[in-house]
Design a protein around this ligand. Structure first.
Ligand SMILES: Nc1ncnc2c1ncn2[C@@H]1O[C@H](COP(=O)(O)OP(=O)(O)O)[C@@H](O)[C@H]1O
Ligand SMILES: [Mg+2]
Length: 258
């Protein structure tokens, strides 16, 4: 049995089946890629799995625990993390404040302590800042600690989004185009971080990535979506020479992505 399974997921927008009976199975600590042309349904799948949008059918199970009927924050507590294609941050807040927000899902103080401002709250806050501070070094963000994120380039926001997602200590982390907008050294930092997150922390990664060189180097298994349907699954080598996959990319006039 796989650690993380998505079974026959269906997401519709009006008459459009943006995700049409898609199934995926990932082992613990594995890195899988999710690829496909623009509009294939990749972001929609992540949105539905994290509970941000409703799904119409299907099951989502982590380590034997069904999560598909939970609200988004409960899924986060159950270990589902994600980053955003557009790297959403609180623009008028500093980098460190944005990072601390990520630790929220596993904070040890209770709501009551929060409200009353009891010592448990301060201890939890100190812990959250200490963990966020460590992330600054891991992602080379130390110099930007107290800068509002609204002033930062997109590639930097993507790193902040990833660091923030990690602070919630996910068991499954879904990354939506993590290297987009990055220069090659930033992209390399993220690639290295992903390998360590999976290899050393045992986090299971599902990575949407349009840069084929990046995903072929990272993922042991790749799932290919087109028009909401899963058209292929295999090792990077297998999907690269799959005629259905080649046709999907050529058919959309985006051969440069393949
Ligand atoms: N909130 C929404 N309402 C209606 N249609 C949507 C919405 N989000 C995405 N879609 C449509 O669903 C399809 C899949 O989109 P998306 O998941 O963003 O694709 P990808 O991430 O693979 O590029 C597209 O046709 C898109 O226009
Ligand atoms: Mg997308």
């Amino acid at each position: 049995m796989s650690y993380f399974t998505i079974d026959n997921l269906v997401v519709t927008f009006g008459g459009l089946r943006a995700v049409a009976n898609v199934s995926l199975a990932l082992g613990k600590g594995e890195i899988h890629g999710l690829i496909g042309p623009n509009g294939a349904g990749k972001t929609t799948l992540i949105n539905a799995v994290s509970g941000l949008i409703p799904h119409q059918d299907g099951r989502i199970v982590i380590d034997g625990q069904p999560v598909h009927q939970m609200l988004a924050h409960k899924r986060a507590e159950a270990g589902i993390g994600r980053t955003f294609q557009h790297a959403e941050t609180f623009a008028d807040q500093t980098v460190i404040t944005n990072l601390v927000a990520g630790g929220f899902a596993h904070r040890t103080s209770t709501v009551l302590q929060d409200v009353l401002g009891t010592p448990g709250k301060f201890a939890a806050e100190r812990k959250a800042f200490a963990e966020a501070d460590k992330m600054l070094d891991i992602f080379n963000l130390r110099a930007l600690r107290d800068v509002p994120t609204g002033d930062l380039p997109f590639g930097t926001l993507k790193k902040i989004d990833l660091a923030r997602a990690l602070l919630a200590q996910p068991r499954i982390l879904m990354l939506d185009e993590p290297t987009s907008g990055m220069n090659s050294s930033e992209a390399q930092e993220v690639i290295t971080a992903c390998k360590r997150i999976a290899g050393e922390l045992g986090v299971t990664l599902l990575i949407i990535e349009h840069n084929m060189r990046v995903i072929m180097g990272l993922a042991q298994m790749i799932h290919v979506l087109d028009h909401g349907e899963k058209i292929a699954q295999g090792t990077p080598q297998e999907v690269q020479r799959d005629p259905l996959v080649i046709e999907a990319y050529l058919g959309h006039g985006s051969a440069t992505h393949a």
